[in-house]
Design a protein around this ligand. Structure first.
Ligand SMILES: CC(=O)[C@@H](O)[C@H](O)COP(=O)(O)O
Ligand SMILES: NCC(=O)COP(=O)(O)O
Length: 250
């Protein structure tokens, strides 16, 4: 069954908005784990807009031996004041998975995957280093990426399908083309031995159709919609609702 990895970035947004320690990302992750989440995901960005290095350490201690820990980030982003770089964070936290995302500081959120024609040579040694640290490596990729197979060449274990365009099409009332593109991209990845994860703007409304339309998705990482929905229904009930969607999708 597809693993639900709960992304707690948005809990940190709320916490940072007042400068204190509440709401706690650790308490949120604990509640998600107790509700049945199979993983916790964070995306510590260099500008520390939400998840900070201290959160990465605290969550590593919380999830150890319980559920999978998925650390996201741009491996090309250099260290700076208060941000040691993705590889240093992985070396310290030793997550089960590192998901590489080519985001810059100027982006509101993740909105594209890697261009492997441009990035493959730079990625290959970084992927090898991350794997030497014991992490499974997943590359954030656009549905329809022309060279999805090159993700295997650079040593990645999985791709994460960027599902933002699918979610947008779903909300607009016709996701058939976007879903077909995701399914074809997943099939191409699986054909060269890559596992397939998925994430970005997935929600209770659009997740079931996605999983039914894209066979073999190993993990979905969901944060923005899930945390938003939890503001109304509670985190325990919301995580359980996602798990039911996943079970029902088969
Ligand atoms: C890679 C991706 O789509 C998300 O995991 C990302 O973490 C979203 O980042 P924000 O939570 O900063 O929007
Ligand atoms: N990799 C996707 C993720 O972790 C969460 O994305 P979103 O649900 O916050 O859009």
């Amino acid at each position: 069954m597809t693993v639900l990895s709960v992304n707690v970035n948005k809990v940190a947004v709320l916490r940072n908005s007042r400068g204190g320690s509440e709401p706690s990302v650790v308490a949120a992750a604990e509640a998600a784990i107790r509700a049945g989440a199979g993983g916790i995901t964070v995306h510590p960005r260099p500008d520390q807009r939400h998840i900070r290095p201290g959160d990465v350490r605290d969550l590593a201690a919380l999830v150890a031996g319980r559920v999978e820990y998925n650390l996201e980030g741009n491996p090309f982003a250099p260290p700076r004041e208060g941000y040691p770089g993705l590889l240093a964070l992985v070396a310290e936290a030793r997550p089960q998975q590192a998901t590489l995302v080519p985001d810059g500081d100027g982006q509101l959120t993740s909105d594209h995957g890697f261009d492997l024609a441009r990035d493959a040579a730079r990625l290959r040694p970084l992927v090898a280093e991350l794997k030497s640290l014991g992490a499974r490596v997943s590359l954030f990729m656009d549905a329809g990426a022309p060279d999805i197979e090159r993700a295997a060449d650079v040593g990645a274990d999985r791709i994460e399908l960027y599902t933002g365009p699918y979610a947008e099409a779903f909300a607009a009332g016709d996701a058939s083309a976007a879903l077909a593109l995701c399914a074809e991209t997943a099939r191409r990845a699986q054909a060269v031995g890559l596992g397939v994860n998925a994430g970005h703007d997935l929600s209770q409304a659009n997740l079931g159709a996605f999983l039914r339309g894209v066979p073999g998705v190993l993990e979905v990482s969901i944060g923005h919609a899930l945390v938003g929905e939890a503001l109304y229904a509670g985190l325990d009930a919301t995580v359980k609702a996602y798990l039911q969607v996943i079970r029902t999708a088969g």
